[in-house]
Design a protein around this ligand. Structure first.
Ligand code: FAD
Length: 292
């Protein structure tokens, strides 16, 4: 299929892109990697009058560490994150997450900003960013604002971004020393969107007890969600099979994933419970320095 006709704009700088967004607002769509937008256009599920291609905004493609915080420019390709030594060393959950995204060809084009702005509840990068307590910076001609993950993801495929705003940067706080990580998911074919999953961070103290936990669920709700009751259950505990199973059970108690032809709500709930338990155990083992 072919997309409906639109006017194409290719700004060469951020100021020009923001001026176009201010002028065309909700009649426009930003084009980043195009790996979600182009299929939507071709299936005619989106019909913007203006497409604003931000691929000329090289200044938005970067990964840098500033005062312990990772800053990821919105135009950073999935593949750059996957190959980043900085991410591998300090934020390995992000590298593990991005490896689950689609196929290498898609990761070469797809961008971190596009994945976040598209806000698919089954996307790996947003769920890892929610586990990592990320913040998102949006720019428009009206100014700049930074939004925490709780306020950023509003619903399936919907974020707090206004039509004239461009997501420019993702900020990821430092991860506590002694933390282990894991992203567990299941999809029927390699590279497909997952039927469910979980991103987990576990921090252990000197005695091996849990002193920090983040559990974010993938495909469990219209947005990535944190399983806060389950996180509390881990605190102060040595992570045994029994403790992980109890936390995983609590994690799915509060959610009701929607069912479709790929899996019923009940199937997805029990799948996510299994994946949360596995991710907690893997994260705890990694926190103790055990190899996979
Ligand atoms: P685009 O497609 O260019 O844009 C997506 C949306 O975000 C559009 O609405 C666009 O206007 C908006 N947007 C983009 N950048 C910005 C910005 N900076 N500010 C404001 N709005 C912006 N993803 C997964 O997570 N897991 C998978 O398993 C997976 N499998 C896939 C399999 C296939 C076959 C394909 C084609 C895609 C798959 N994807 C998957 C999606 C892929 O990761 C996309 O790259 C990603 O969702 C969107 O990134 P993009 O840069 O391509 O954005």
């Amino acid at each position: 299929m072919k997309p409906p006709s639109f006017s194409y704009h290719d700004p060469t700088g951020l100021g020009e892109a923001l001026a176009l967004l201010s002028q065309y607002g909700d009649e426009s769509k930003v084009l980043a990697g195009g790996q979600s937008l182009v299929p939507l256009l071709n299936f005619r599920l989106a019909a913007p009058e203006h497409v604003i291609d931000i691929n000329g905004l090289g200044e938005l493609a970067y990964l840098r560490r500033t005062g312990g915080t990772l800053k990821i420019g919105a135009l950073t390709r999935h593949a750059s994150l996957e190959r980043s030594d900085l991410a591998a060393r300090h934020w390995p959950l992000l590298r593990e997450a991005v490896r689950w995204v689609a196929h290498p060809q898609i990761r070469n084009r797809g961008t971190v900003g596009g994945s976040v702005a598209h806000a698919d509840p089954a996307a790996e990068i947003p769920v890892a960013l929610v586990a990592l307590d990320a913040r998102f910076t949006a720019r428009s001609q009206r100014g700049t604002r930074t939004i925490g993950w709780r306020d950023f993801f509003s619903s399936a495929l919907t974020t707090a971004l206004e039509p004239d705003e461009l997501l420019v940067e993702v900020e990821v706080p430092e991860v506590a020393p002694g933390s282990g990580y894991a992203l567990a998911e299941y999809s029927r074919r390699h590279g497909d969107f997952a039927l469910g999953g979980a991103a987990v961070l576990v921090t252990l103290d000197g005695s091996g007890a849990c002193c920090g936990a983040a559990i974010a669920l993938l495909g469990a709700a219209p947005t990535p969600v944190r399983a806060e009751l389950a996180e509390k259950l881990l605190m102060g505990e040595k992570i045994t099979e029994h403790v992980a199973a109890a936390a995983a059970h609590a994690a799915v108690d509060a959610v009701s994933p929607s069912g479709d032809i790929h899996g019923s709500s009940e199937y997805r709930t029990s799948l996510i419970e299994v994946l949360v338990r596995r991710a907690i155990l893997t994260a705890a083992a990694r926190a103790q320095g055990e190899d996979d």
